[in-house]
Ligand binder design. Sequence first.
Ligand code: F6R
Length: 608
Amino acid sequence: MCGIVGIVGVRPVAERLVDALKRLEYRGYDSAGVATVHDGRLDRRRAEGKLFNLEARLAGEPLAGNSGIAHTRWATHGVPNEANAHPHFSGGVAVVHNGIIENFAEIRNELIASGAVFASQTDTEVVAQLISANLKAGMSPRAAVRAMLKRVTGAYALAILFESDPDTIFAARSGPPLAIGYGDTEMYLGSDAIALAPFTSQVAYLVDGDWAVITRTGAEIMDFDGNPVQRIRQQSTASAYVVIDKGNHRHFMEKEIYEQPEAISHTLGHYIDFAESRIRPVAGIDFTNLASVAISACGTAYLAGLTSKYWFERYARLPVEIDVASEFRYREVPLVANSAALFISQSGETADTLASLRYCREAGLKIGAVVNVRESTIARESDAIFPILAGPEIGVASTKAFTSQLTVLASLAIAAGRQRGTITPEREKALVGHLAEMPRVMSAVLNRIQPKMEMLARDLSKFKDVLYLGRGTSFPIAMEGALKLKEISYIHAEGYAAGELKHGPIALIDENMPVIVIAPHDRFFEKTVSNMQEVAARGGRIILITDEAGAAATDLPTMATIVLPDVDEAIQPMIFALPIQLLAYHTAVFMGTDVDQPRNLAKSVTVE
Ligand code: F6R
């Protein structure tokens, strides 16, 4: 993960670099640093913790200089302290890095054997030490960088600054994303176009195996063998004004939960032809004669994919092969020709999801990307982009992106059903009608349940373990509930298929572990009620999240019952996602955790 940024400029850069880092803080926030060259001398300021610590350091000890590089870190090698914060220095060379240098131990040992002294526990420092050793051996900066690139393996986006050459930044990409920004009198480098948006909207994306020499007037881009390559300079849609404003909310996560009705309206507007009450034709993938669909993603995006498996199989009678991307990429899945693959990713940069995509591309499958960031690597490497149009999601815990992903996937499943003749036009019309109701129902639900969720969160915060259960599409929603709760409140939580209860988890049931049951009054309801009986019989406390019909159909005693309006099965996952998001949010607020930037996490996971 980590965010990197660089400027070769004509006016002071330190403050501007830190502003750009603020836009990259979603990539990591355990420490940060900035380095500049001024009067022929490299200097840096680094600080452990959030960016405001670095800002405070710079306020006390400003950094002059018109060229610089900066970094916000998500620790991989070495604890998050100042010594391990980037930029790393060695003999007049400064380096910032996103990724993992896999052969760092071997290189480090070699360098130590020849007298090098390391100042950090990071893998990154070998890059700085290796380049400075190359300089000492008589190489030019350019040759020293190139020789380093030939030696290191792993995943990296790098920015390198030399004390002896303040007018140049070297950049390299093997894995994590890197964009070059073109200004009138300055040039920029960043992990994404959003970081560069206040400086320029003209960007070129490096591809894997590119490195670049960036000066004030332009960039020379080459492959690792030194052959020049052309990367298209394009107009970025990232806006300098997209910020970073919580409105009247305490946290971005709260704001994003309440933005869902509006976000879903945008998504629906893109996918539904309201005049015809049908899903608009899907460009890029023809589902008509497909043998199967492979779906892969991570975390919350994976759970959106898992929900969609039920829809693709039900509406389009299309078999779905789905797995978390970290497994999918290495499983050697025997992919059937005449299949398509869908990759779901809010950021569009998740390393494992991207690797799974490339695996499927090699096998010749048509690739669809369900992404929020349309300029992301996953989007750029796909045949068809299905934007979720959720708008920027800043809170690390995904909320509106999840329900927007579900909305896109439901639309695709219905379109696939139409193409394959497995749903009638009348059924499509009815389903589209249900989708169109979502913004209104979501607003009503959010307004109605808020006070109750806050009270319930107060009770939930007293427990150390929580179990979530659900059947059908409520099973992935149960898992999403558990994921949301654990990542922001740090309460241990697990999501299970309700039918699996008696195959193990039931052993855990006692009065100390609340069981949250997601049970709309659907065709699984009676069976889920039986599972609730089993919990109640063992003294377990039940929190039931159901609808009006479900509440009327059971009188089991519960710790709390949350009642949502009755909605069609097709949109239950999007509606039932709301209470589990609010419950996690209020529990975390009540426990005083860092809701928007929970410990150890990052919004964009560009390492495996
Ligand atoms: C959890 C969460 C993560 C992401 C996962 C994939 O709230 O946000 O589990 O869903 O890291 O990220 P993307 O969607 O960017 O590929």
